[in-house]
Write a protein that binds this ligand. Sequence first.
Ligand SMILES: [Zn+2]
Length: 382
Amino acid sequence: MNPDSIAFDPALLVFNASIASAFSDENKEYRRRFERFYLQSVARDILPGERVSKCIREVIPGKKFVDVMYSQKHERAQYNNLIVCGSLWMCPVCAAKISERRKVEMIKAIQSAKVQGLNNFMVTVTFQHTREDKLIDLARVLNDVYRQLKSGRWWQDFQARWQVVGVVTGTEITYGLGSGFHPHKHAVFFSERPISRIYTQTIENEITERWCMLLEKQGYYASQYHAVDVRKGDHNALAYVSKMGKEFDTHAWGIENEITKGIVKKSKDAERFGPFQLLDLYADGIEWAGYKFQEYAYAMKGKNQLTYSPGLRDLLDLGAEVTDQEIAEAPIANNLVLLGSITRKEWTAILKRENRAMLLAVASTGDAEYLRVCIEAMTKAR
Ligand SMILES: [Zn+2]
């Protein structure tokens, strides 16, 4: 996407030089939020009947204004009184918030496991497919076979042998030009048994044999060389993150990111795309990408992205599970103050020019007067 193509009024930039720099490459966070809002409006075109088409857009019935709330501590702003869709699969804005929160929880899980002397290893499973396969079928097969893998006698023996106490599993979907939708699962297995590098190969062989057999029963096929990957968890990256208290740099994602950031992950090779990159392609005029995003959205709607095996959350002291919707609706900080209110008429104009991210950047200065000036400038007829 070319951010220059997004409709905002460059004249606004003269009000405050800091806003201009907010959209430069140095300030990636603003730029990303800008992209997320933009891609969300692209999703709205493709999925007009879904909640994502109303997200941070439609005013909650009965509310008069869109309120702009500000956190002085975090120097951040958010909108109140708007519908929030909470759709991890479909909404770039909600997905960013949900996956960030899930990532923080995964860090906590791994830390908690470490404190308890547990080890972890990461398992990735996939299978073969073609461009003709429908994602809804592939996703069903993946879920069915994964459930079968983790049940019955074989699984009981496997768990006992490797002293597995719990598993967190994330589902990820990418799209490849050659072979179509590529659903796969990343899982973190927590175990009491120390897992050395040589054991990871043994584990990989064991799971591969079972995985391929179960898939063949469903009429699908997995390569014994590529279908299953097992590796040791990365404690170093985690130690770094917990010490810094910051989110991972995108170039240094550890295992918890593999799972939770799957949905927003930018594919490394140009021939394979993450779901939101399909939106980006569609916005650039590539029509098939829009149809593929639609197929993906309907296939994945309502499905869990991340699941903890029974009892694991308690064991790792994670507390009750919070829903995607609750995370998406949660305020960005405590003690938010009202910085300004936007009338419905003004809001319509702001939406029309896709100035939502821009206005949040303005509000994050904490300058109420400046916010008001910008709202009026944005809503003036050109
Ligand atoms: Zn949303």
